[in-house]
Design a protein. Structure first.
Length: 338
């Protein structure tokens, strides 16, 4: 595909910034809303409603990425659903890698067949991986996800290290009565292993209210335990996600806490989201998105696309309203990869 960046030469090149002065070097791009796991906190009945066959094409993705990099985005994370369910996932990665300005191309995966596929992802151009591991107990893992695949995921993590990836982030949704007793197990795992564990506070969505009320476990409780044991807060990088990072001199790995219900969580927001259907989401919990897809059809639409993205930023709220029970249009996190 020919580069469409020439059509932007008449525009002023200026990084994205919202009304609160926050800048956005980080884009989370969903490439499908289909997921093949049935995690109890997200899709307990499986993925019954999806638009996998209607997802953005590679050409549309290329034009989208060029526009966002022109506006200062340097880091892109490919999400789903489960992004690797795209048969052309490696081609998507290679296509994005051709766009100048991308400093980091990451992915989030449930780890499905990771032991067989991870080297292909890395060879295509992925340079950072987040993989979901909500429990290190095989029985609890299967209870949470509906799949007995913990062994293949752990093997896949090791294969990524063997292939040269320096570190991996592991996501674990902390849930009361399900895995909230595994902190010591996770910490022992990373004592001599360069993994960054991300404990994610369970978030309420449109379809999990009862589950949320029963199993919500405040991230502050994990934070208190870490501080009591001598863990120290790390300095946050400009393109970092929402996690508060902690390190300890006795551990090779690190710990991140994602606590969306904490005070001032949104102050440092630095990321935007685009759904697999081309909707710009200004917040994970926005009521609706802003359609970009009509401006992804031809290279000569880039100027209008950039203008729409810039104008849309004026609508971004200063915070979400999760603490008031407002979940917006998000029915499940699989809609746009969390």
């Amino acid at each position: 595909m020919q580069s469409s960046i020439n059509s932007l030469r008449s525009l002023e090149q200026e990084a994205l910034q919202d009304q609160q002065g926050r800048k956005f070097p980080y884009l989370r791009l969903s490439v499908t809303d289909l997921c093949n796991f049935s995690c109890n906190y997200c899709l307990p009945d499986g993925c019954l409603d999806h638009h996998h066959s209607e997802a953005l094409t590679i050409d549309e993705i290329h034009r989208l990425v060029e526009a966002f990099t022109y506006l200062g985005v340097e880091k892109i994370r490919l999400t789903g659903g489960e992004p690797t369910l795209r048969h052309d996932f490696a081609d998507i990665v290679r296509t994005i890698r051709q766009v100048p300005g991308i400093k980091k191309l990451a992915m989030t995966t449930n780890g499905y067949k990771m032991d067989q596929r991870v080297t292909g992802w890395l060879d295509a151009g992925i340079d950072a991986i987040n993989v979901s591991v909500d429990s290190l107990d095989p029985r609890a893992f299967e209870l949470i996800t509906g799949h007995n695949r913990l062994r293949e995921i752990l093997t896949g993590i090791q294969k990524a290290f063997d292939h040269g990836l320096p570190s991996i982030k592991v996501n674990a949704v902390a849930m009361k009565g399900i895995n909230d007793d595994e902190l010591d197990v996770f910490l022992e795992w990373i004592r001599d292993y360069p993994v960054s564990i991300r404990f994610i506070e369970l978030m309420q969505t449109g379809n999990n209210q009862e589950f949320f009320q029963k199993h919500h476990f405040p991230g502050e409780k994990i934070q208190e335990r870490l501080l009591e044991r001598g863990w120290i807060r790390k300095v946050r990088s400009a393109d970092a996600g929402p996690a508060l990072e902690y390190c300890h001199s006795d551990y090779e790995g690190s710990v991140g806490l994602i606590m969306p219900y904490s005070k001032d969580f949104c102050n440092d927001c630095n990321r935007l989201r685009v759904t697999s259907l081309g909707q710009l989401q200004l917040c994970l919990f926005a009521e609706s998105g802003i359609d970009l897809r009509d401006l992804l059809q031809r290279d000569d639409q880039q100027e209008a696309l950039v203008a729409r993205i810039r104008e849309s930023l004026k609508l971004k709220e200063d915070r979400h309203f999760l603490d008031q029970g407002w979940t917006g249009g998000t029915q499940s996190l699989s809609q746009m990869g969390g």
